[in-house]
Design a protein around this ligand. Structure first.
Ligand code: UDX
Length: 436
C-alpha cells in the first residue's frame, strides 16, 4: 500500500518506518524542514534503540521517503496517518491546533477513496470533528479511522512489530479490512485486531494509560504507607502479585511516572471529564499522588543533612524519565535537581543518553558526567532516579572509595537493603526500611 504519515515525531516516525519495513511505500511528512533534511541524511531526531538502522535500511530500499510537501506526499496515498503532536494545553486539555491545520492542508489533495487515520492520542470526539471538517472542505464523506498507538519509548520498534493488540475505530467495516491488511504482518502471533467505533477507540487509549498510571500511583502510595508502618513494599508486591487478578506488571514503586504520555493523558481525561459534568476524583488523585512522589526524597534528604543542604554535593544517576530513552519530559530527576539547586546544593549528574537534553534546559547549573563513577566522586550522597541497566550492578567497593560519604537514595529499589548495609552504606529506598 501507499502510506503517508504526517508528523515525524515519536509516533509518526516509528509508524512510518515499521510500515515501510513490512513492504509498504511510505512518505513521512513534516513541516519542520530541518527535521526532514536531517532524516534524509539519516539523522534521527530522537534516541530509540533500533530506529536509526531501520530508517536507513528502508530509506535505502526506496520504501521510506521524507518530504515537507504535504500535497505531493498525500496525493497518491491509500492511507493517510495523522501523527502530529497533541501537547497539553494551558487548561490541561489536549492542544489540537496542529491536527486542525493538517486536516485543512490535506483536504484538497487526498484521494477520494483514501482512509485518513488518527494515530495521535486525541480527545474523544476528535475523529467525528475531523470527519465533519473533511466533509465541509471536500464535499465528500471521507473515511476517518482511529488507530491508537500503545508503543512504549525505548521499546517502540518491538512494541510496533509485536503488538499485544491492534485497536481501530471505524464507521464502515470495509475500512477496518484495509487496516487489518496493513497490520497483518504484525499480527502473526495471533494477537487480536479489535474493531470498534471511533469514540471507543479514542477512549481506549486514554483508559489504558489512565489505568497504568493509576497502578503506579497506587503502588507508590502503598509504598509510602509501608515505610511509615514498617513493612517492605517489595515483599508486599510479591505477596499480591501471585493473585492472577492482580499480577506483577506495572506495580514497581518509584519516584513517580513521567514522559510524554501518562501525565498529559491523565490530565486530558480529567479535563474531558470535567467538560462533561463528571467529577474525575480518581484521575485527579492519580496526578496529585504522582506529583508528590517526584519529591519523595526531599524530606529524607533534608533530615539526613540536618535541614541544611547548602554546600552539599549530590550525585544523580539517571535523568531521563525512564531507561532506554533520552526523553526528559516530566522527568522526576528535573524536579529533584531544581529543588536541590534551590536548597543551595551542588549537583553532578550522569545519564547514558539524556545529558544533551538536560543541558539544553539547565545549562551550566549542574555538572554533567560522561561516566557514572565520575558523578559520585566526592559526593555527600547519591540519588538514583532512573533504572538504567548501567546502575544495576556497580562496583560497590569502588563507589565506597569514591564517595565522600557512602549514602545512597535509591528511587528505583535497585539494590537489596541488607546487602547495602553489609557493604557499609546508609541506604534509603522506596517503601522499604532505611538501613545503615
Ligand atoms: C506509556 C505506555 O506504556 C504506552 O502504552 C503509551 O503508548 C505511552 O505511554 P511510555 O511513556 O513510553 O509509555 O513509558 P512506560 O514504559 O509505560 O513508563 C511510564 C512511566 O512509568 C515511567 O516514568 C516509569 O518509570 C514509570 N513506571 C512504570 C513506574 O514507576 N513503575 C512501574 O511499575 C512501571
Amino acid at each position: 500500500m501507499k502510506i503517508a504519515v504526517i508528523g515525524t515525531g515519536y509516533v509518526g516516525l516509528v509508524t512510518g518506518t515499521c510500515f515501510a519495513d513490512s513492504g509498504n511505500n511510505v512518505t513521512c511528512i513534516d513541516i519542520n524542514e530541518k527535521k526532514i533534511e536531517g532524516l534524509k541524511q539519516g539523522e534521527i531526531p530522537i534516541y530509540e534503540p533500533g530506529l536509526a538502522e531501520l530508517v536507513e535500511h528502508n530509506a535505502e530500499a526506496g520504501r521510506l521517503v521524507f518530504t515537507t510537501n504535504t500535497a505531493e506526499g498525500v496525493k497518491d496515498a491509500d492511507v493517510v496517518y495523522l501523527a502530529v503532536g497533541t501537547p497539553q494545553g494551558d487548561d490541561g486539555s489536549a492542544d489540537l491546533s496542529a491536527m486542525w491545520s493538517v486536516v485543512k492542508a490535506i483536504a484538497p489533495h487526498i484521494r477520494e477513496d483514501a482512509v485518513v487515520v488518527t494515530k495521535s492520542t486525541v480527545p474523544v470526539g476528535t475523529n467525528a470533528k475531523i470527519f465533519g471538517m473533511l466533509k465541509e472542505l471536500t464535499g465528500r464523506e471521507c473515511d476517518v479511522a482511529s488507530n491508537p498507538e500503545f508503543l512504549k519509548e525505548g521499546a517502540a520498534i518491538e512494541d510496533f512489530m509485536k503488538p499485544d493488540r491492534v485497536v481501530v475505530g471505524v464507521r464502515r467495516p470495509e475500512v477496518a479490512d484495509v487496516l487489518q491488511q496493513l497490520y497483518q504482518p504484525f499480527l502473526r502471533t495471533e494477537k487480536p485486531f479489535i474493531s470498534m467505533s471511533p469514540e471507543s477507540a479514542e477512549m481506549t487509549k486514554y483508559v489504558a494509560n489512565a489505568l497504568l498510571a493509576t497502578k503506579i500511583s497506587f503502588i507508590n502510595e502503598m509504598a509510602n504507607l509501608c515505610e511509615k508502618m514498617g513493612g517492605d513494599i517489595n515483599d508486599v508486591r510479591r505477596g499480591i502479585g501471585h493473585d492472577s487478578r492482580i499480577g506483577f506488571a506495572f506495580l514497581f514503586p518509584g519516584v513517580g511516572y513521567g514522559g510524554s504520555c501518562f501525565p498529559k493523558d491523565v490530565r486530558a481525561l480529567t479535563a474531558m471529564s470535567a467538560d462533561h459534568g463528571c467529577e474525575p476524583t480518581m484521575l485527579r488523585a492519580v496526578d496529585e499522588v504522582n506529583e508528590r512522589q517526584k519529591s519523595v526524597f526531599n524530606d529524607k534528604l533534608e533530615e539526613h543533612f540536618g535541614g541544611n543542604l547548602k554546600g552539599k554535593t549530590i550525585g544523580i544517576w539517571g535523568l531521563a524519565f525512564k531507561p532506554r530513552t533520552d526523553d526528559i519530559r516530566e522527568a522526576p530527576a528535573l524536579v529533584l535537581i531544581n529543588w536541590l539547586l534551590e536548597k543551595g546544593a551542588t549537583v553532578k549528574a550522569h545519564d547514558p543518553e539524556a545529558i544533551e537534553n538536560v543541558e539544553a534546559e539547565l545549562g551550566d547549573k549542574i555538572t554533567y558526567c560522561d561516566r557514572r563513577m565520575e558523578a559520585i566522586e566526592g559526593v555527600d550522597a547519591l540519588v538514583i532516579m532512573t533504572d538504567w541497566k548501567d546502575y544495576h550492578s556497580p562496583d560497590f567497593a569502588e563507589m565506597y572509595q569514591l564517595m565522600k560519604s557512602p549514602v545512597v537514595f535509591d528511587g528505583r529499589n535497585l539494590y537489596e537493603p541488607e546487602r547495602m548495609k553489609r557493604r557499609g552504606y546508609k541506604y534509603y529506598s522506596i517503601g522499604r526500611p532505611m538501613v545503615q
